[in-house]
Structure formats: structure tokens, C-alpha cells
Design a protein around this ligand. Structure first.
Ligand SMILES: Nc1ncnc2c1ncn2[C@@H]1O[C@H](COP(=O)(O)OP(=O)(O)OP(=O)(O)O)[C@@H](O)[C@H]1O
Length: 325
């Protein structure tokens, strides 16, 4: 297919998608923001790891939309599917069923090369894992990003943008330090001092690249309280001042309270949604029961799950997995 034909086909597909009537509510009874633009859109997403008796359903029919310039926190017990949710939404893992789209582009329909390019250009992913070589300074990281973005788009004045972002991150005074020294991060277990970097370095990279959507998996998990608050403030700023879309996974009510809304995951399903969250409201919600999902039932052969709260079928459990009804 020629490029022009391909573009035309894509435009038509986009129009068809926009004109497809959607129900006003999703499977969980939450209203769908039909017609509103979404940076990230998950429709009926399932993710199954493994096969047969060993299969684990990590996501079980998730529908969620993320509008541009919004901050969402995904909460849930260990094993509820938060990381899988983020990885599928970011195009790092492919969904087993359903669709994930980023700025209107269906990730499932893209080949690896196109997906890698889209992720590189439009997506930032902040995880607890180390992704940078040891002893890289923030300045060097920023330089590399600047070189790359300038080469890709000389009109964008990436250099100034990268400088501004580093400044915004409050890192200017510290750019000569090793990444491990940034943001007061604690060393996660097993990380050597020289191999550090973690959130500070990843954050600098993510901010300098200015992605449309920034995912952060347990961003405050390895940080002390002050550093965690600093990091969350930066993410908030990315939303409020740069119009970026931020989606984090966290188990901490304080971290989630920085978001515009919280999605509660229970066994791979969205069990509840909270707008304008506060730490108190979230903590309160976590102690109340999750009602079984309407389409609940046995959903896997293996027993890979760590948390079982809200697993449908019988009884009602609270966020700690205790039976309350
Ligand atoms: N690569 C994998 N292979 C097999 N099972 C997996 C894989 N990744 C996750 N799982 C399983 O999928 C389920 C959801 O895991 P996931 O890591 O997404 O949950 P989580 O809420 O992020 O947990 P945590 O808070 O502990 O990080 C769990 O039962 C987990 O064991």
C-alpha cells in the first residue's frame, strides 16, 4: 500500500471509529466519555500470561479513557494488575484481547518497529527498575535526548526545551551529581551504589523528552517522603503546565491523592473510580468492601495471583482481602 493510500485508509478508519456509537456505560457501569478526545484509550482489554492450567488473567476486560492533560492514579493490592495495566497502556506489553489506542492509534495493529517509534516519541515510562548505565549524569542523559530530538526535529528547539525541563525538575543545581544522588532516592534492594539512578535519572529523561503521556509505576516506592512529594509535584506540574497526560500505579493513598481521579483495580478489573481524591477518601474507600464484578467467575487455571480481594462469585471482601460479607 502506498503512503498516501495508507494515510487515507487510516483517516477513514479514524472517522469510522469516531462515528461508532458507544454505549453510555462500560461493563462496570461507569459512564464512558464517548466523543471526548482521549490520549490513551483501553477498550475491553484482557491480558493473560501463560497457557492452560498455568494461565493467569492479569487484566480482565478493562475499559478506561484518559483525556489529555489529566492525572490518573491506578490503585490496587499487590497482584491486582496495576503494572500490567500500565505496560499494556504504554504499549510495552500487547493485550491478549481488546484494544489499546494512543492518540487515536491502535497499538494492536502496529508492527514492532512502528510501536517502538511511537513509544520513543510519545511515551515516557518511569519504573523502579534501573534502565540507565551506571554513572550517567543527568546532564549527559539530557544531552543525549537533546541530540536525538534535535536530529529528529531541528525546528523544535529541543535543546532549550530540555534545559527548561531540567530546570523545571529542580535539577539544575545538581546536574553534575550521579543520578543516584538525585531526589534523595533510597537504593532498592540489590542495587549497587554505582548502578543507581532509578527515578531521578528516568524522570530527567522522561521530562526532557516531553512525551504526550507519562506512565509511572510505583514512582514513590523507593523514595523517602520528601523526595516522593517532590517527584509527585513534578508529575502534577507536567499535567498542569505542559498538558501532558500522567498515569501512575501506586499503593499509597498520599501519592494517589495528587491525581485528578483514582481507578481501583481488583483482580484485573476496575472495581471503582474516584474523582477529586483525597488521602482520607482513598483510605476510607480501601477499607470498604468491593462488590463482586457483574461478570465475575472463574478466570484462570493457575494460582499466580498474589491478591484476591474482590474476586467475584462469592462473598465480598475489603481491600486487604478479608471477607466482610
Ligand atoms: N510476566 C508475567 N508472567 C506471568 N504472570 C505474570 C507476569 N506479570 C504479572 N503476572 C501476574 O499477573 C498478575 C498481575 O500482576 P501485576 O504485576 O500486574 O500486579 P500489580 O498490581 O502491579 O502487583 P504489584 O503491586 O505487586 O506490583 C499477578 O498475578 C502476577 O503474578
Amino acid at each position: 500500500m502506498g503512503r498516501r493510500t495508507e494515510r487515507r485508509t487510516r483517516r477513514r478508519a479514524g472517522r469510522a471509529e469516531r462515528s461508532t456509537p458507544r454505549g453510555p456505560y462500560d461493563a462496570m457501569g461507569f459512564p464512558l466519555d464517548a466523543g471526548e478526545p482521549a490520549t490513551v484509550r483501553l477498550e475491553g482489554v484482557r491480558k493473560v500470561y501463560g497457557e492452560g492450567d498455568a494461565a493467569v488473567t492479569a487484566l480482565d476486560g478493562v475499559t478506561a479513557h484518559f483525556a489529555p492533560g489529566t492525572f490518573t492514579a491506578v490503585m490496587g493490592l499487590s497482584g491486582s494488575g496495576k503494572s500490567t495495566f500500565l505496560r499494556c497502556a504504554a504499549g510495552l506489553d500487547r493485550a491478549s484481547a481488546g484494544t489499546v489506542s494512543l492518540e487515536g492509534r491502535d497499538l494492536g495493529a502496529m508492527n514492532e518497529t512502528a510501536l517502538t517509534k511511537l513509544r520513543r516519541d510519545r511515551v515516557g515510562f518511569l519504573s523502579e527498575r534501573f534502565t540507565l548505565p551506571p554513572a550517567l549524569t543527568v546532564e549527559r542523559i539530557t544531552e543525549r535526548i537533546t541530540e536525538r530530538t534535535t536530529a529528529q526535529d531541528p525546528d523544535r528547539n529541543a535543546e532549550r526545551g530540555a534545559d527548561r525541563n531540567v530546570e523545571r525538575a529542580g535539577l539544575t543545581a545538581r546536574v553534575w551529581h550521579l543520578p543516584v544522588q538525585l531526589l534523595g532516592g533510597r537504593q532498592p534492594t540489590g542495587a549497587s551504589a554505582a548502578g543507581g539512578g532509578g527515578a531521578g535519572a528516568d524522570l530527567a529523561r522522561a521530562l526532557a523528552a516531553r512525551p504526550a503521556v507519562l506512565f509511572a509505576d510505583e514512582p514513590t516506592g523507593t523514595l523517602d517522603t520528601r523526595a516522593g512529594a517532590e517527584l509527585l509535584a513534578l508529575l502534577r506540574q507536567a499535567v498542569d503546565e505542559e498538558g501532558q497526560t500522567v498515569i501512575i500505579a501506586t499503593r499509597e493513598p498520599d501519592a494517589a491523592s495528587c491525581a485528578d481521579r483514582v481507578l481501583f483495580l481488583v483482580d484485573g478489573r476496575i472495581a471503582d473510580e474516584m474523582k477529586a481524591p483525597t488521602s482520607e477518601k482513598i483510605a476510607d474507600r480501601m477499607t470498604r468492601p468491593w462488590h463482586p464484578a457483574p461478570h465475575a467467575g472463574p478466570r484462570r487455571g493457575g494460582s499466580g495471583r498474589k491478591g484476591q480481594a474482590g474476586q467475584g462469585g462469592e462473598g465480598v471482601q475489603d481491600a486487604a482481602g478479608r471477607a466482610v460479607a
